[in-house]
Design a protein around this ligand. Structure first.
Ligand SMILES: Cc1cc2nc3c(=O)[nH]c(=O)nc-3n(C[C@H](O)[C@H](O)[C@H](O)COP(=O)(O)OP(=O)(O)OC[C@H]3O[C@@H](n4cnc5c(N)ncnc54)[C@H](O)[C@@H]3O)c2cc1C
Length: 346
């Protein structure tokens, strides 16, 4: 048996799936509790902050820090206490519905665990238009709470027509010179209260019915212009802008657990708040995978900590039976059986 095959027969105390602030914080806490966590950190390890530049709102960094550097530090801190990492995507899971062992798969490779922490995050939906990818973090942003303050007195747009777009526009308007909300239809999905708040804000203008045709860079390689396509056959428009905030929704990375743990209508994993317990014993969930409200690194890290403490409490208070505990170690199972028989006879 190869070392890898041997490793895959071991029963882990806790497997963590995902490696943003939630997954790495869960790893830090469970490794410091001597639970020897195994983290499947994904091929794109480090989570969403790998895609950004300055992070100015994470406590403890008065000068700010670059997103990728911060995630490397999160990882290093968890590694210091013995966390093991596999830099690959989990392809499937079979989560026990009766408190037994959970199975986690990387292709054909199977790993067993007494508890699992889900921390796969949620991806902001992209528009898929020319210039968007190249100008991400160079003027194109997916997080107004994170980046609005970088656009003080600058012309900006928000793309979207729901509550998040209105909330982003209202927040951004506190900093930006002006905010144009671009929406493909004349009607908005946003609630009346959010829409009215945006309408009543002096430097917000609602522009419909337009979609984004493309983003263009200026001389310095930063976002400089957006071309809007009129969806009802009218004239296209060009706007000079410094910032574009895309607010067309998020897609939680819950497909591998879909149909096994409870999710809401948008695919977010549901937990029994304020805990991180899912509907399955021994399965916990944290970070943006459960959170469609706050979506910040610090809130994700906080819930990763809570998931680690919940998993630790579960392992302490719910010892699995001997067979599950020693799965893959037949000698010990046999010895345990003999010991039970001896004590019954004696
Ligand atoms: C451009 C941008 C800038 C941002 N800037 C800030 C900021 O300045 N400050 C701030 O507080 N927040 C910021 N945010 C928000 C912040 O990044 C998120 O709230 C935070 O990263 C969520 O952490 P998480 O651990 O829940 O998930 P994520 O960071 O999304 O991490 C999830 C991880 O799980 C992995 N994964 C997914 N599926 C699998 C699988 N099947 N197997 C294994 N691994 C898997 C992914 O590869 C990823 O690495 C920003 C977001 C974006 C998009």
């Amino acid at each position: 048996m190869t070392e890898q095959e041997n490793e895959s027969k071991k029963v882990e105390n806790v497997i963590i799936i995902g490696s943003g602030p939630a997954g790495y914080t869960a790893a830090l806490y469970t490794s410091r509790s001597d639970l020897e966590p195994l983290v499947f950190e994904g091929f794109q390890w480090g989570g969403l902050l790998q895609q950004t530049t300055d992070v100015e709102n994470y406590p403890g960094y008065p000068e700010g820090i670059m997103g990728p550097e911060m995630m490397q530090q999160f990882r290093d801190q968890a590694e210091r206490f013995g966390t093991r990492f596999v830099t690959d995507d989990v392809t499937g899971v079979e989560l026990s519905s009766d408190g037994g062992l959970h199975r986690v798969f990387l292709g054909d490779e199977e790993h067993l665990a007494k508890s699992v922490i889900l921390a796969m995050g949620a991806e902001p939906r992209k528009l898929g238009v020319p210039g968007e990818e190249e100008l991400a973090s160079r003027g194109v942003s997916y997080c107004a709470t994170c980046d609005a303050a970088f656009f003080r007195d600058k012309p900006t747009i928000v793309v979207g027509g729901g509550d998040t777009a209105m909330e982003d526009a209202t927040f951004l308007a506190k900093f930006a010179k002006d905010v144009k909300v671009i929406h493909r239809r004349d009607e908005f999905r946003a609630s009346a209260v959010m829409l009215n708040r945006a309408r009543e804000t002096e430097n917000i203008e609602l522009l419909t019915p337009y979609t984004i045709d493309r983003f263009e860079a200026g001389d310095g390689g930063m976002l400089d212009k957006v071309v809007l396509a009129n969806t009802s056959g009218g004239e296209n428009r060009e706007l000079d802008i410094d910032g574009a905030f895309i607010a067309v929704g998020h897609q939680p990375n819950s497909h591998i657990v879909m149909g096994q743990v409870d999710t809401d209508e948008n695919g977010y994993v549901q937990v029994e708040g304020p805990s991180t317990r899912t509907n399955l014993a021994g399965v916990f969930a944290a970070g943006d995978l459960v959170d469609h409200t706050y979506r910040q690194a610090v809130t994700a890290a906080g819930s990763g900590c809570a998931a680690a403490l919940d998993a630790e409490g579960y392992l302490r208070d719910t010892p699995p039976d001997a067979e599950a505990h020693w799965a893959g170690e037949p000698d010990r199972i046999e010895a345990a059986g003999e010991a039970v028989a001896d004590s019954a006879a004696g």
